[in-house]
Design a protein around this ligand. Structure first.
Ligand code: ADP
Ligand code: MG
Length: 253
């Protein structure tokens, strides 16, 4: 098991944002987490990467407890997080953004004085190809489209060689075509890394959910199952009721 979580809970100002009895992920598994706004999905990722400290609970990554570790220590263990908002350096090229990431060993600079070897340059080119950015490698990151920025962010996380990738709403704001490309990329990445993806877009979830979908509601795990099982579950449909767009969406896929 790559990740094992037990009795994980956190409250903000008396409100229980997350109360997760059990969650586990196998190595090279791709898991999608869905659930209405405020369900605690991002909070769960915040805890996994050490940004938020839980009140109680145990997390084991690759057999090792991560409780009490800092974000940097957790990144070093191999948990890489891509946040919802893009955070690339806009005034550097795509190549330079990727180079900086590749020079960092899991969140920490190995050296500020670094001469790019041919192998290093090849690594950047291979990553650019993987995420579909080969033709914009020497453009400034600030000039990329929203979708391209998201792919650059994913490349930046992957270049740090994590065993587990945490990706929060990658398809938000993307066109249908970009969304589909993102799905293909995540499926490809899951051949080498464990991947947890939070997503709202049900068409996208259908595309990428090759094993299990976990449904979080009010901080609790409502159910886990294959996409079709989750999509047809009356409790899941009900918890999307009253949330107009999401409801229409879950019923249309
Ligand atoms: P989701 O990602 O599923 O939409 P979140 O994890 O962002 O949900 O939020 C879960 C709940 O926790 C919400 O009620 C949110 O307002 C609250 N919350 C999240 N982060 C914080 C924080 N840092 N401080 C206070 N409340 C928070
Ligand atoms: Mg969120």
């Amino acid at each position: 098991m790559l990740l094992e979580v037990n009795n994980l809970a956190v409250s903000f100002g008396g409100v229980r944002a997350l109360d997760l009895k059990h969650f586990s992920l196998e190595d090279k598994e791709l898991r999608v987490i869905i659930g209405p706004n405020g369900a605690g999905k991002s909070t769960f990722m915040d805890i996994l990467c050490g940004k938020t400290k839980p009140n109680t609970g145990e997390i084991r990554f690759n057999g090792k407890p991560t409780n009490g570790l800092t974000e940097v220590e957790i990144a070093k263990l191999g948990i890489g997080r891509k946040f919802q908002k893009p955070s690339v350096f806009p005034s550097l090229t795509v190549f330079d953004n990727m180079s900086i990431a590749a020079k960092m060993k899991k969140g920490v600079f190995t050296s500020l004085f670094f001469k790019a070897s041919p192998a290093f340059t090849d690594k950047i080119h291979a990553m650019a190809k993987r995420v579909g950015l080969s033709n914009v490698l020497h453009q400034l990151a600030g000039s990329l489209s929203h979708g391209q920025k998201q792919w650059l962010e994913i490349a930046i996380v992957v270049l740090q060689d994590p065993r587990l990738l945490l990706i929060d709403e990658p398809a938000a704001g993307m066109s249908d075509k970009e969304t589909e490309k993102t799905g293909e990329l995540l499926l490809e990445l899951s051949k080498q890394h464990g991947v947890i993806v939070i997503e709202h877009d049900m068409h996208f979830v259908k595309q990428i959910a090759n094993k299990l979908v976990s449904v979080l509601v009010n901080g609790k795990l409502l159910m886990e199952g294959a996409f079709e099982e989750v999509r047809n579950d009356q409790r899941v449909i009900d918890c999307y009721l009253g949330r107009a767009n999401a409801q229409l969406e879950i019923l249309s896929v």
